[in-house]
Design a protein around this ligand. Structure first.
Ligand code: NAD
Length: 336
């Protein structure tokens, strides 16, 4: 750590990239006494100043200057993906821990460089896969480990929505995003599959530019297989405005089903025993849970780490394989 403040003082955290998701992280920070905003950085100084005014800390548009001026324990990277690796590596090289938004980078080589920088400097690089930190995800994982559904056979995840507003934004500019719905949304599903079933040993992907006709894929189906033979069926789309966000896990003795639109209930179906509704309080507090866990990792106090540098690298390994297939099946700007 670069700071000399008391070990009991709140962790001093900077935010790099003061857009939409940064506001969610700042709100989450208000719920955690152990971590406080110390600086806001954005290439657009007006965006940094606006967030800094809310957070009560200084604003910067130059990373080196911020790192020279403000003692930090940790930093959240929330810029478009193309800038994650450069920012994270500079920060890690200063001995500062990093929570990095997804996708952690725009390709596997960058993710590996970032993880190596964390290891070399003895600090953490944690990918911000917030869905791991929904209480529903932890409950499903526990129930699988407790044999509540027998041997899992299928993890089916659907994250679908309206991406029509993404034309002209960095999301649909491959140089800035690394890809379309695979890098934006399916990377969450890939990470959830890793959390629930283990790291994928087989990867298949079909993608289309569908009805939006962007330069990146707007719709994709990813099929994975875990070392134990669990099959992942992951679908994501920006071209389905009616929307849907749900997870279903089917096993030899039963099924778990979670719908983000009914966030307080996990449905457990058992062969011959009907359906049970398990209450999941605060299932929507995933960003607060994520930041609290990150603070625990920075302090070296997280008893059972939920996520690691390896998860950053494995998610990019699979996403990159999917992108290679997607570029073949969905040429830029093609209509389905
Ligand atoms: N976990 C989630 O559910 C979730 C949700 C939305 C976005 N994200 C991720 O968060 C990241 C940011 O997404 P967003 O929706 O907040 O984008 P955004 O466009 O709203 O904000 C990005 C900000 O970064 C700034 N910026 C751009 N280049 C910069 C640079 N080189 N240095 C400093 N600042 C720079 C921009 O000026 C902008 O203010 C992306 O990686 C995205 O995939 C995650």
């Amino acid at each position: 750590m670069t700071d000399t403040h008391s070990p009991d003082a709140p962790l001093k955290c900077a935010i790099a990239g003061c857009g939409g998701i940064a506001r969610v992280h700042l709100d989450a920070m208000k719920n955690i006494p152990d971590i406080e905003p110390a600086a806001c950085l954005d290439a657009d100084i007006a965006a940094a100043q606006q967030m800094a005014a809310q957070a009560g800390c200084p604003a910067f548009d130059d990373l080196d200057k911020m790192l020279d001026c403000v003692p930090l324990d940790c930093l959240i990277v929330s810029t478009p993906p193309a800038f994650h690796a450069d920012i994270a590596c500079k920060v890690l090289d200063r001995g500062i821990h990093v929570l990095c938004e997804k996708p952690v980078a725009i390709n596997l080589a960058q993710a590996q460089t970032m993880a190596a920088a964390a290891q070399k400097n003895g600090v953490r690089l944690i990918p911000a896969f917030c869905h791991r930190f929904a209480a529903s995800s932890a409950k499903m994982r526990d129930m699988i480990l407790q044999d509540s559904i027998g041997s899992p056979a299928l993890v089916n995840i659907l994250f679908c929505g309206d991406g029509s507003g993404l034309a002209g934004r960095w999301f649909s500019n491959r140089a800035l995003s690394g890809g379309g719905v695979i890098m934006d949304t399916l990377v969450h599903s890939i990470d959830l599959f890793h959390y629930l079933a283990g790291y994928a040993v087989e990867v298949h992907c079909t993608a289309t530019c569908g009805i939006l006709g962007l330069d990146v894929e707007d719709t994709a189906l990813v099929n994975l297989k875990s070392p134990d033979g669990v099959i992942g069926d992951l679908f994501g789309s920006w071209a389905t405005p009616s929307g849907c966000a749900r997870i279903e896990i089917m096993g030899s003795k039963g099924t778990l089903f979670f719908d983000y639109n009914i966030p307080d209930i996990l449905v457990w179906r058992r062969s011959g025993m009907g359906e049970e509704h398990i209450s999941i309080p605060s299932a929507s507090e995933r960003f607060t849970n994520q930041l609290r866990h990150f603070a625990g990792l920075v302090r070296g106090r997280a008893a059972a780490p939920v996520i690691s540098e390896r998860d950053a690298v494995e998610s990019m390994r699979v996403a990159e394989e999917c992108m290679t297939a997607a570029i073949k099946t969905a040429p830029a700007g093609s209509k389905a």
